[in-house]
Design a protein around this ligand. Structure first.
Ligand code: MLT
Length: 334
């Protein structure tokens, strides 16, 4: 630990942060004509009530309406999202099992030695969904008032301050590492199965600090139930106008936004991938979805970004970027 963590922190300090299927005896369209003929399950790799779950439930009904079917959301927690991704990678490639995942899809290959799946080989991309700013937040009553105060406080109390996250490779874990790197500290990390339950503990005062997406923290910040020190994007978030950016607050190196995408197992018929992508694009253009996202500090991506091709290119780039950072840092998960 003594040599590993400084390397992790030093490396992270530098970061500003479809497969074809043979036609069967289905008329040659891979079964897409009647699709969907049964419920579609979107697997969420973190706890119910957390940010990934929230975004998934926002788009599930409009996507189902566009497809003329029903979508069920299932939470499969564990190991920073890799349990769910492994489960979907091994599912039937028939379009009925879909994965919602985020930036963790690109960090897992470098973080986990025995991952059991490869994002680019074992999945077909459906499209990007949204990019969510993060917030640096703390429990009510936590002494520091500003991000500069927080930095000084954690430096003086690093053996006591607890930092919640959703497991290795989760967005909260990566953002927390960047924060520790920028502050030059090593805090006591407390892993959860998602930042939904972590936020409950933060509000309850069981943990001190967390780095988490606005889709989870906005309501509690606005209600004054937790302290917000900064948002991790270059611009302030419209729904949180009083919260400064990390740059304004004196920590410009802490820049993270958390992209989310949809995936199906490789081998899913391209016609079905296209149907799902079209439904995603319709959901993202839905005014109710736009309004709900805006209230939580984010926005749908454009239709051009919500395509299989655009998101695959992004995923390739992100795997390269994070793979290098993580290899340089020497971070590993078991
Ligand atoms: C969640 O849904 O719990 C989060 O996306 C976890 C995280 O990545 O921090």
């Amino acid at each position: 630990m003594g040599t590993r963590r400084p390397r992790i922190l030093a490396a992270l300090a530098a970061v500003s942060l479809a497969a074809a299927c043979s036609p069967g005896d289905d008329g040659g369209d891979g079964g897409a004509t009647g699709y969907p003929e049964q419920n579609i399950t979107i697997v969420v790799p973190f706890s119910a009530g957390g940010p990934t779950d929230t975004v998934t439930r926002m788009i599930a009904d409009p996507m189902a309406a566009a497809l003329g079917g029903k979508i069920v959301v299932q939470n499969v927690e564990g190991a920073g999202g890799t349990v769910a991704a492994g489960q979907v990678a091994r599912a039937e490639p028939d379009g009925y099992t879909v994965l919602m995942h985020h930036i963790g899809m690109s960090t897992a290959p470098a973080l986990y030695k025995d991952l059991g799946y490869q994002p680019l080989e074992d999945f077909a991309t459906i499209g990007l969904v949204t990019e969510v700013p993060m917030t640096v937040v703390a429990r009510p009553g936590f002494p520091p008032a500003t991000l500069a105060d927080l930095t000084a406080y954690v430096k003086a109390n690093q053996d006591k301050v607890t930092l919640a996250n959703a497991g290795r490779g989760a967005a909260s874990h990566l953002c927390g590492l960047l924060f520790q790197s920028a502050a030059g500290v090593e805090l006591q990390e407390v892993p959860y199965q998602g930042t939904g339950p972590a936020l409950t503990d933060l509000v309850g005062g069981q943990v001190d600090v967390m780095c988490d997406q606005t889709t989870n923290t906005s309501g509690q910040i606005t209600a004054g139930k937790i302290k917000a020190y900064a948002v991790t994007t270059p611009e302030r978030v419209a729904s949180l106008p009083d919260v400064p950016t990390t740059t304004e607050a004196g920590m410009p190196q802490l820049q993270v936004s958390v992209w989310h995408g949809l995936y199906v197992p490789a081998g899913t018929p391209p016609e079905i991938v296209q149907k799902l992508s079209g439904a995603l694009q319709k959901a993202l253009a839905d005014q109710a979805v736009i309004d709900q996202m805006a209230e939580l500090g984010t926005a749908p991506v454009t239709a051009a970004d919500a395509t299989p091709e655009a998101h695959r290119a992004q995923l390739e780039e992100q795997i390269q970027t994070w793979g290098k950072v993580i290899a340089d840092a020497g971070v590993q998960a078991s």
